[in-house]
Design a protein around this ligand. Structure first.
Ligand code: GDP
Ligand code: MN
Length: 377
């Protein structure tokens, strides 16, 4: 799950990192009040879940109220990489002397977090990583030790930070790492981490992504979700406890169990087709999830055929069949639907589906093959 910059900054602040004074707004009418409190120069920043806002014109500086209002007005409603701006962050502008990068992700191979720092921070860090990787220092963190002071010192020298900023930099690394671990982040970064002309360190941008599988233990983070920024089909799926990931093919797959869903996608590919999605209706799926899954999958205009692959272990095949029939009664679908149902109550399920247009297949491979053939007709 992603959150906005203003939310990530609030988290960083609660962990002791210095962030500019500011406030989020949804209308240009709010600007005057915020400006009266924080003063000038100020900066207006689009709050969207995509990067590269600076280059897209979504970050603007202002020295007086008229400029700030004009900037807010132009940024609200602007499109950044196809995403409409509904919120802006207005904050005290930093007087920038230098921009650094600092970020933490999980290094899967080492099974530990890795902190990356660079003196070439700012808007082009991806290019730095691709073209001049020697400008990025990687610090491997051991979870049972945390960031150690020698590692912070190493980063300080690598970045060539001026005297007097070491303590503040150390606090920022600890705050970023503390937040990363405590909130189960998959990524936490500050870019730019700014050295101001007054010699102070300031977190001028912040980004945090969270591990979806750990969200259940972070209701405070879940409450930060902004559905306006998310893929509508994936949001609808999450609400019904269906796990759905949209892909680019034309065979909509509806499967119970993540492993079986992966296998089904492999089978579709094996027979020369392309899956339109990953979808797991879950172990204990009831008719409601089946209906919702069918609705979601067929809302994708690319889908030409639907392939059900259900193994009745915990879930009962007759309940899935009931769900399919209920869904068909409400959804008005003309697409061919291929089904493989096997396991608990499969005979009952087949009997229920016998006099319908559904193509019931006895095995997974026959079903996948049939779905591919039908989609190519
Ligand atoms: P991003 O492009 O989406 O990563 O947005 P950022 O928040 O990182 O802003 C992009 C760039 O705008 C930064 O690299 C800075 O150069 C500039 N910028 C952001 N905040 C300030 C500020 O407070 N003062 C000044 N002078 N520049 C800023
Ligand atoms: Mn940035």
């Amino acid at each position: 799950m992603k959150i906005h910059e203003y939310q990530a900054k609030a988290i960083l602040k609660s962990f002791g990192a210095p962030v500019p004074d500011g406030q989020v707004a949804t209308s240009a009418r709010d600007v005057r009040k915020i400006a009266e409190r924080i003063g000038f120069p100020a900066v207006v920043k689009a709050q969207v879940h995509v990067g590269g806002r600076g280059k897209a014109g979504g970050v603007k500086l202002a020295n007086k109220l008229a400029e700030l209002e004009a900037a807010a007005d132009s940024i609200l409603g602007m499109l950044i990489k196809g995403t409409k701006v509904h919120k802006i962050l207005i904050e005290t502008a930093a007087n920038i002397d230098h921009e650094y990068y600092i970020g933490i992700v999980i290094d899967r191979a080492r099974k530990n977090p890795v902190m990356m720092v660079s003196a070439a921070g700012g808007v082009d860090i991806e290019e730095v990583a691709a073209k001049t990787p020697e400008k990025i220092l990687k610090i491997y963190i051991k979870r049972h030790l945390g960031i150690l002071s020698f590692q912070v010192r190493q980063a300080t020298y690598f970045l060539d930070l001026p005297r007097g900023t070491a303590k503040s930099f150390s606090l920022i690394t600890q705050a970023l790492y503390g937040a990363f671990m405590a909130k189960d982040c998959s990524l936490a970064e500050i870019n730019p981490l700014v050295l101001t002309k007054d010699g102070e360190m300031m977190c001028c941008d912040a980004k945090m992504n969270f591990d979806d599988n750990a969200l259940w233990r972070h209701p405070d983070i879940e409450a930060m979700r902004d559905e306006e920024e998310e893929e509508p089909l994936e949001t609808a799926a999450r609400k019904k406890r269906v796990s759905y990931v949209k892909l680019n093919g034309n065979i909509g797959c509806i499967v119970n169990g993540a492993g079986l869903a992966m296998t089904t996608m492999d089978m579709v590919k094996h027979f020369g087709g392309e899956p339109a999605n990953f979808l797991d209706i879950g172990g204990g799926a009831k008719a409601e999830q089946v209906t919702e899954a069918l609705r979601i999958v067929t809302s994708d205009p690319n889908v030409k055929t639907v392939l059900f692959n259900i193994f009745g272990g915990i879930v009962r095949c007759d309940l899935v069949a009931k769900g399919i029939l209920e869904a068909l009664a409400t959804l008005d679908l003309t697409l061919p639907i291929v089904i493989r149902l096997s396991g608990t109550n499969e005979e009952e399920a087949r009997a229920m589906l016998k006099d319908t247009a559904l193509l019931a297949m006895p095995t997974m491979s026959e079903a996948a093959k049939e779905a591919v053939e039908v989609s190519q007709r």
